[in-house]
Unconditional design. Structure first.
Length: 236
C-alpha cells in the first residue's frame, strides 16, 4: 500500500475529480484508490452529491429560460399589438381624411344643383353674320356657375346651369354666371346625327326644363347682332 495518508488523498480528490491535478498526483491518487476502500467510498460519495445537485441546477436553468422566453414572447406580442394599433390608426385616419376630402369636393366642386330660372337673366339674343346665335347670360344672385349641361327632351335642347351645394361668389363676374356665348345650330345638328339621333332641333332654352327661358325656336327671326357683339366673336 502507498505511504500517502488518506487525509492527503482526500484533499486531492476534488482536484482529481475535476481533472485539474498534475499527472503525478493523479497516479498517486489512483494507486491509493486501488488499495483503499474508504477513499473509494469518499470518491463515490462525491459523485452522488454532485449528481443530486444537477437536477436542481437544470430545473433552475430551464425555469429561467422559460421565463426569459415568456418575456420575449410578451415583448414581441406587445410590439405586434403596438404596430397593429399604429397601422389601424393610420388607416382609420387616412379613411377619415379621404371622406372629409370627398365631402368637401361634393359640397364645393361637384355640380349637382340646378340654377333656378328666376335668377337667370338673358339679354342681347341676336344672330351673328356667320349664322350663330349670340346671347348674354347673367346670374342676378351673384353666385358663380361652374357648368352648363345640355339636356335633351325630344327635339328640344335645354342649357341648364349647374352649381355645387355650397355656392361661391368668387369669379362670378367673369365666369359662366356673367358671360357672352354663342350657339352653332349646324354643329348641334351634326353632333346629334353622329350620335344616331334625329338632327332636328325645334327649340333651344336656357335654364331647367321646369321653367326654361326661350333662346331660339324654329320660325323665330332673330335681330342681327350689333357691331360690338360681332367684334367680340369674330375670332371665336
Amino acid at each position: 500500500m502507498t505511504q500517502i495518508s488518506c487525509e492527503v488523498i482526500q484533499d486531492l480528490l476534488p482536484l482529481y475529480y475535476d481533472k485539474v491535478c498534475s499527472p503525478a498526483s493523479r497516479v498517486l491518487v489512483e494507486e491509493h484508490l486501488s488499495e483503499c476502500a474508504d477513499c473509494r467510498e469518499w470518491l463515490d460519495q462525491m459523485n452522488r452529491d454532485i449528481a443530486l445537485t444537477l437536477p436542481d441546477t437544470e430545473v433552475s436553468l430551464s425555469t429561467r429560460q422559460m421565463e426569459e422566453n415568456g418575456l420575449r414572447r410578451i415583448q414581441a406580442s406587445w410590439k405586434r399589438s403596438k404596430m397593429f394599433a399604429f397601422v389601424k390608426g393610420f388607416v382609420l385616419a387616412a379613411a377619415a381624411c379621404a371622406l372629409l376630402y370627398l365631402g368637401y369636393l361634393g359640397l364645393t366642386e361637384w355640380n349637382v344643383t340646378r340654377v333656378p330660372s328666376k335668377v337667370i337673366q338673358i339679354t342681347e339674343v341676336s344672330r351673328l353674320q356667320n349664322g350663330n346665335i349670340a346671347y348674354h347670360v347673367k346670374m342676378t344672385d351673384g353666385y358663380t356657375v361652374n357648368q352648363v349641361k345640355g339636356v335633351w327632351a325630344a327635339d328640344r335642347l335645354y342649357l341648364v346651369p349647374m352649381r355645387p351645394l355650397i355656392k361661391t361668389r368668387k369669379f362670378a363676374d367673369i365666369s359662366l354666371a356673367n358671360t357672352y356665348d354663342t350657339l352653332n345650330l349646324e354643329q348641334i345638328r351634326a353632333n346629334r346625327k353622329a350620335m344616331g339621333k334625329s338632327p332636328d332641333v325645334r327649340a333651344i332654352y336656357y335654364g331647367p326644363p321646369e321653367e326654361p327661358i326661350l333662346l331660339w325656336e324654329q320660325g323665330i327671326e332673330l335681330p342681327p347682332a350689333s357691331a360690338a357683339l360681332e367684334a367680340q366673336f369674330q375670332f371665336k
